[in-house]
Design a protein around this ligand. Structure first.
Ligand SMILES: *Cc1c(COP(=O)(O)O)cnc(C)c1O
Length: 372
């Protein structure tokens, strides 16, 4: 059994994907070919966001907007520590200072009460200037944007949505990638919408931000290749990856429905034996991960071992909170109790649209056996 089974998806769309790749090989516009523009148009349509810029990775999809905001070392950017490393790495890459925020134990997303606390602490300390918030749509669930946006407005901060795992999710009818002043997503193969390599996209309704970011993503270029106005990057989505993504986007909504059915089956079978993920009312998750909680670190580690014995792949996202990583240990951080607890008890079950009923049952039975 695979944790994420990309083979079954490929079997379904093999002919379409191969023919799209063949067509790129035929026209040879490998960099910024017509498929890139076609895919950007499709992303606009899908998310309802006005400007979309594809780039080379989800990490760049966060770094480029932060570079466009022209952040400095004295600028504090608030970010949850319970996330993938790149959520904070991008802040340092762009030259600013991350300030870590605790997460909500039910939704795994940034805790809005702690967010305001940390902003106040930074203001009182007076060393850094609060500048922005990076909110993460962890495991496919959009963060609490009602509250986060109000805080961003109150303290005059920009809001960057890290939707690397969130693409396809929504709150009511509003889609992920439309919640930030700028939003970034990833097309890494294991994400809800993945390509066959690295890739990312940036979303905004601000024309001026779009223009700055478009320049930064190709060496800070101006009117042409040899006019360079700022320091930028080389961060483009390959044409072949765009071609693959166009075909994958065609079946994406159907896959989202299937992911939600899988999640519901897990929930029905597991809710009496352990703490299952909570989806707030009016939210629709893209189920990048199905993440549950054990009662203690010891129990979690025992379960993970036993599941391996049953031949079931389980993963731990994330065993080390970002503020405890070697790279960020020297950054000052205040009270992160909930994050530290989460990193000790969470684990994730296989999740993809092509899980069969028998597999789900097998996983749940193994889990029941592992908990006893
Ligand atoms: C995967 C991921 C990223 C980075 O995306 P890449 O495409 O791997 O660079 C950033 N943030 C989160 C929350 C992620 O899960």
């Amino acid at each position: 059994m695979q944790f994420i089974d990309l083979h079954r998806q490929y079997e379904k769309i093999e002919r379409q994907v191969n023919s799209r790749i063949a067509s790129v090989l035929d026209h040879k516009g490998f960099i910024e070919g017509p498929e890139v523009t076609e895919f950007e148009e499709k992303l606009k349509e899908y998310t309802g966001v006005q400007y979309v810029l594809t780039c080379a990775s989800g990490t760049d999809a966060l770094t480029i907007p932060l570079m466009a905001y022209n952040v400095k070392k004295e600028d504090a950017i608030f970010v949850p520590s319970f996330s993938f490393f790149a959520s904070a790495e991008s802040i340092s890459l762009a030259g600013a200072t991350p300030v870590f925020v605790d997460s909500d134990e039910k939704t795994f997303n940034i805790d809005s009460v702690d967010l305001e606390e940390k902003i106040k602490v930074v203001l009182e300390e007076g060393k850094l200037n609060p500048k922005g918030i990076v909110a993460v749509d962890l495991f496919g669930l959009s963060a609490n944007y009602y509250k986060i946006k109000a805080i961003a407005e109150k303290y005059n901060l920009f809001l960057l949505e890290d939707a690397a795992q969130g693409f396809g999710g929504r709150i009511g009818e509003k889609k992920a990638c439309s919640f930030g002043d700028v939003s970034g997503t990833s097309f890494f193969p294991a994400k809800p919408l993945g390509c066959y390599g690295d890739g990312g996209a940036i979303f905004t309704n601000s024309k001026s931000m779009y223009e700055k970011m478009k320049s930064i993503h190709v060496h800070g270029q101006g009117k042409d290749k040899y006019e360079n106005n700022t320091i930028g990057l080389n961060s483009r989505l390959d044409t072949i990856q765009a071609a693959i993504l166009i075909e994958k986007l065609n079946i994406f909504d159907e896959e989202l429905k299937k992911r939600n059915i899988v999640a519901q089956k897990y929930t029905d079978m597991l809710n009496s034996i352990l703490e299952i993920p909570q989806i707030p009312q009016n939210y629709f998750s893209s189920w990048a991960q199905y993440t549950v909680k054990a009662k203690s670190k010891e129990e979690r580690n025992r379960i993970v071992l036993k599941m391996k014995e049953h031949g079931i792949p389980v993963m731990i996202y994330y065993p080390v909170p970002i503020h405890k990583s070697k790279a960020f240990r020297m950054i000052q951080s205040w009270n992160m109790d909930k994050t530290e607890h989460l990193s000790e008890v969470v684990f994730s079950l296989p999740m993809h649209p092509y899980l069969e009923d028998e597999e789900i049952e097998k996983i749940c039975l193994a889990l029941k056996d592992s908990i006893r």
